[in-house]
Structure formats: structure tokens, C-alpha cells
Design a protein around this ligand. Structure first.
Ligand code: FES
Length: 111
């Protein structure tokens, strides 16, 4: 079951930028790519917890600002020789508004 929650306008996030949504499960980073795709992943890098929302977005990936681990925004998986992953969350854009599926966050279920 999904529970779409409006978390703001797409235009609130700059291209290749991010904003942070605080949840009781931790901070979720919401990214906007140059193609206006949006992705939501945990804001804590699997390496040492770096703030991924402050990383550099390129394509469908983000580079952690602390030690340059590259994570895919769509799968949450580390790229290249690095290992690790973050949780991803369902998200979509509807009439310029960003909708995040908060059902899983509320249930405390993470994939
Ligand atoms: S904390 Fe992200 S690469 Fe080290």
C-alpha cells in the first residue's frame, strides 16, 4: 500500500540539487536530476554516514561529499569498486508537486 505525501514543488529543488525530508526513520534526501527526474534515498552514505544530499549529482548518480563514493539514485547501490547501498523510496512528480510514498517510512519498513 502506498501513501503519497506532498513534500513540495519540483521547482523548490534546483537542478542537480537536493533537499532533505526529516522522518522518524531518519533523513531522506530528495534529488532532482538535470532531466527533472526525482529520486529519494537515505541521506546517510553507507561508508561513514556522509550527507549524500550535499553530494554532486551526475546523471542518475550522486557522489558522496566526504570520500567520493558514487551511489545510484534509482537503486541505491554503490558503483565501481565500492560496496554498500542505501534505501530508496518511491517518489513521483504530479502537476509540479513532489509526492513521496511515506507509507513504508511510517511502518518502519525499509528494503
Ligand atoms: S562517507 Fe560517503 S564516501 Fe565516505
Amino acid at each position: 500500500m502506498t501513501d503519497w505525501t506532498d513534500i513540495g514543488a519540483l521547482s523548490d529543488i534546483p537542478e542537480r540539487g537536493a533537499r532533505v525530508v526529516k522522518t522518524h526513520m531518519g533523513c531522506v534526501a530528495v534529488f532532482r536530476t538535470v532531466d527533472d527526474e526525482v529520486f529519494a534515498i537515505d541521506d546517510a552514505c553507507p561508508h561513514k554516514g556522509g550527507p549524500l544530499s550535499e553530494g554532486i549529482v551526475h546523471g542518475r548518480s550522486v557522489t558522496c561529499p566526504l570520500h567520493n563514493m558514487v551511489l545510484r539514485l534509482d537503486t541505491g547501490q554503490a558503483q565501481g569498486a565500492d560496496e554498500g547501498s542505501v534505501n530508496t523510496y518511491a517518489i513521483r512528480v504530479e502537476s509540479g508537486r513532489i509526492m513521496l510514498d511515506t507509507a513504508r517510512l511510517r511502518r518502519g519498513q525499509v528494503a
